[in-house]
Design a binder for this molecule. Sequence first.
Ligand code: ADP
Ligand code: MG
Length: 564
Amino acid sequence: MIIGIDLGTTNSLAAYFTEEGPRIIPNSFGENLTPSVVSAGEDGEIYVGKIAWERRITSGERTAAVFKRHMGAKKEYNLGDRTFLPEELSSFVIRKLKEDAEAFLGEKVDEAVISTPAYFNDTQRRAVKTAGELAGLKVERIVNEPTAAAIAYGLHERPTAARYLIFDLGGGTFDISILEYNANVMEVRAVAGDNFLGGEDFTEAMAAMFLYKNNLTDADLSPRERAILHKCAETAKKEFTAGRTVTMTYPHNGETLDMTISIDEFEKHCLFILNKLRAPVVRALTDASLKLADIDAVVLVGGATKLPIIRNFVSKLFGRLPASHINPDEVVALGAAASAALKERNHSIKELVLTDVCPFTLGTSVSVSSAKGVYQSGVYCPIIERNTVIPASRVSRVYTLYDNQQSVRVEVLQGESRKARENLFLGELLIRVPPAPAGNEALDIRYTYNVNGILEVEVTTLSNGKTEKLIIEKNPGAMTEDEIRQSLEGLQTLKIHPREKDEHRYLLEKGERLYQELLGAARNEVSSLLVSFEATLERQNPDEIDEAAAELKSFFQMLEDEDY
Ligand code: ADP
Ligand code: MG
C-alpha cells in the first residue's frame, strides 16, 4: 500500500486514495493532524505528535519541534542523552503516520509519496527522502506541496484548463506557486516564497502584544513560562476564526493576566508581517510572465490561511475571494495521496502528467572585466535559471583569463545571489587546458537537470574536444549512505511509544502540563486525579481504566473551558 504524506513544519498528515478520491487517515486519537513534535521520555521512550506537544512545556529540553526548517543542515538536537538530526526526528513523525495508517487501513504500508515546499533545495529534498527511508518507507517520489494542492483542486473540479495561484502559509514557511493545468497536464510555471515566514509570526505578534499590554518583557519569563505564553497566544489567535474580538489569558505568578483585542487592532499590529507576503506573489507572477488577471483561481493552503486577516489580505491583493472549500490543512496530504495514485497509475484517477520546474538557479562562478580592464572574480553566472521547466539542458561558454593558463576551476553553485560565494556550493571540476594566449581557450559548461532533481555537469574544452563530467547527487549537508546505515542501526535501539497506549499517555502528559500551569485547588485536584489514574493503570482492569480515563478527560476539558 502506498500513502501520501504531508510532512509539515507544524503538523503532518497522511492520506490514501479510494475509489471516491483521496481521504485523510486519522491518527490514534481519531484526529487528522499530527503535530510534528518529538519528545524523548525520561525512560528513553520516544513520543510523537500530540503527546510530545504537551511535553514541550513540561520537558522542553527533551522535546524538539520545527525541525523541518533544518532538514539537510546537519543540525543536532539533544533530547535527553541522545542526539538526533532533523532527518531522524522527521523519521519518527513519518513512522507514526505509517503505523497509524496501517492500523486504520488494516494492511501494511511500505511506500509513500512525501511533499516538500516548492522552495526546498536539492539537499533538503534528499533529506526528506532519507527521513522516509529511516522510517522504513520507500520514497520514490517527492511532490511539491503546491503541486499537490493543485492536484487536489484539479481532481475536485475537473476543469479543462486553469491557472492556479497557490497561496500556502503554514506554521513557518510561505510558498507561492503558479500552476497551469491544460489538456491533462499540470505544469508548474513559477515558484517563490519565504522559508522564514508563517503562522508562528502571528502567534509571536500576539504574545508580544500581550507582554506589552501587561507591562512585561520577554526577560521576565523563564523558558517554560514563555512556552506557556506562546501556547496561550496560539489558542487566542485561532479564536479569530470564530469572532472579531478575542480574549487571551495567561496564568502568571498565581494570577490570570488577560488582554482583549479586536481583529482590527491585531491586523494593524501585524501589518509588517502581512506586507512581507506581497513580494513572493509579485516575484512568482513576474517569473511566469503573468498578470494578476491571468490567474483563474487563488487557492488557500496551510493552517495560517484560516486567520481572517490573511483571507482579507489575499482578497484585497487579488481583488476576489480565494478558494478554500478543501480544508487548507488537508489539501496537500490529499494531493499527495492523489499523486501516489498517479504514480501507481490507479485506474480511478484520470491520467495527469506532471511537469515540474527547477525551483532555484544553478550556475557557476566567473571573473568579469570592468570598464577599466580590472577583473572582478567570484561573480555568479546563472546557467539554468529558476523556474525553468525540467528536464532542462543549458550551455554557457567561458574563456581563459591569463596567458598560458593551465587549468580552469568550474564551480557548481545553486542560488540567487550575485556574489558567487553566497550561493550554495554543490561541487567543482578542475579542467586542464592547453597553453595559449589569454582568452583563446574556451570551455562549454553544460548543465543538465533531470526530473529527479539530479544535476549533471559536462565541461568541454573546445580546442581539443575533451569532455569531463560531474554528477551531483550528494550535497553538502545531506546524509551519506554510511550515515544513513549507522542512523538506522542507532534507531533500532530506541523504544518507540506503542500507539495503543497513546490515549492514556496523553492524559498523563496533559495532566502534568496542567499541574505545572495551575495553582491552588485546581492544581491539587489535578494531582490527586493523576495519582489515582496511575494506580488504576497499574491494576490493568480495562473497564476501570476506561471509566477513569473518561473522568480525567472531562475534568481537563472543564478546566480548559474555564480558562483556569
Ligand atoms: P505546516 O505546513 O507548517 O505544518 P500548517 O499548515 O499545519 O503548517 O499550519 C500551521 C499554522 O496554522 C500554525 O501557525 C497555526 O497557528 C495556524 N493555524 C491553524 N489553525 C488556525 C486558525 N484557525 N486560525 C489561525 N491560525 C491557525
Ligand atoms: Mg504545510
